[in-house]
Design a protein around this ligand. Structure first.
Ligand code: ADP
Ligand code: TRP
Length: 320
């Protein structure tokens, strides 16, 4: 089984990225042939500053390896090390009805938020389909927000196969329910673009500050509280054992337990959970040239795989 996912180098990783993507990737690398890439081409759809993009690419590489991506088990590379993905994206665009793209929620959401779209943003799902189909992925771990993009990928693959023969395998999404959407400090989906994130590698003070900023209702200390409508509790559940969750639930319901207490308990959990990864990250950063060399070597491996698929695709559509 081939497992593949990509992550945009769009900033500092947060709890949503960790539970929605990074953790799955690390767990799944034990279960099959695993591919992971830094989706730098996709990042260009939001026109980042080139220097910032370069830094984000390096940081993302460090973040993922620190969180457990094993370069002996996972082909971890930069999307743009394999320009064949753009070639495939172009070929796929010719079997993709415009309606598929017009219906994409993430595109519609960005427009609704006043974003003036370039055509890269519009065709984003085709490049994502190319990412997945180029490496013959069977399983694609992502957060719930990417579900529709995966459905578009499957539809594109089916259309292509109907027209040109069975070239692509049809990938499945892997979207575990319990971490479907990690809420941000304001209760919306945690996302860099909503400025509501809790970064996993923030220094202690900054981490504490973002946890303390989580929005709650304004019930007083002594009042009983509803754990199931509280963002702090929802985040705590991601880290704590069932016994700890039950204890916290009782604390909420019993009264005399303030949101400040719950936030401190959450902060402690986050801080200790990421402690070993923080250490590993610092070590990796001290050996940066070695890390970057490994990523580039992985890019060559990915390119070999990509070329095998592109030979079939070019021949199927009549380009060879
Ligand atoms: P952001 O929304 O902060 O820009 P990305 O779009 O870069 O995050 O997402 C990277 C990965 O993390 C994707 O697989 C995405 O589905 C997952 N992810 C991001 N935010 C969340 C969240 N709040 N809950 C679950 N998964 C998430
Ligand atoms: N669109 C994904 C995101 O923003 C990133 C991505 C690009 C991706 N190509 C992919 C994820 C291929 C899975 C498979 O999160």
């Amino acid at each position: 089984m081939r497992i593949l996912t990509g992550v945009q180098p769009s900033g500092i990783p947060h709890l949503g990225n960790y539970f929605g993507a990074m953790r799955q990737v690390c767990a799944l690398q034990e279960k099959g042939e695993s591919f992971l890439f830094i989706a730098d081409y996709h990042s260009l759809t939001t026109s980042p500053d080139p220097e910032v993009l370069r830094k984000n690419i390096v940081n993302l590489a460090l973040d993922f390896i620190a969180c457990g991506v094993d370069l002996d088990k996972t082909v971890f590379f930069r999307q743009s090390s394999v320009p064949q993905v753009c070639e495939l994206s172009w070929i796929l665009s010719n079997v993709t009805p415009v309606g598929f793209l017009e219906r994409a929620h993430s595109y519609k959401d960005k427009i609704a938020k006043g974003f003036s779209p370039n055509s890269g943003l519009f065709t984003y799902p085709i490049l994502m389909a190319a990412d997945i189909l180029l490496y013959g992925a069977d399983l694609v771990p992502v957060g719930k927000d990417q579900k529709q993009h995966l459905e578009i990928t499957r539809d594109i693959a089916i259309k292509f196969n109907n027209q040109y023969g069975e070239i692509f395998s049809i990938p499945e999404g892997y979207i575990p329910d319990e971490v479907a959407i990690v809420p941000g400090t304001d209760g919306q989906k945690m996302s860099k673009s909503y400025d509501n994130t809790i970064p996993i590698f923030a220094p202690e003070k900054q981490l504490k500050k973002s946890v303390m900023n989580i929005v709650t209702d304004c019930k007083g200390l002594e009042e009983p509280k509803d754990p199931d409508s509280c963002n702090v509790f929802a985040l705590y559940k991601l880290f704590a054992t069932p016994e700890e969750v039950q204890k916290m639930r009782e604390n909420y319901q019993g009264g005399n337990y303030g949101y400040g207490h719950a936030k401190l308990a959450l902060f402690e959990k986050i801080w200790t959970t990421f402690e070993p990864m923080r250490k590993r990250r610092a070590e990796l950063e001290a050996n940066l040239p070695e890390v970057l060399k490994m990523i580039e070597r992985n890019g060559e491996k990915a390119m070999e795989e990509a070329e095998k698929m592109m030979k079939k695709v070019r021949s199927a559509v009549g380009l060879r």
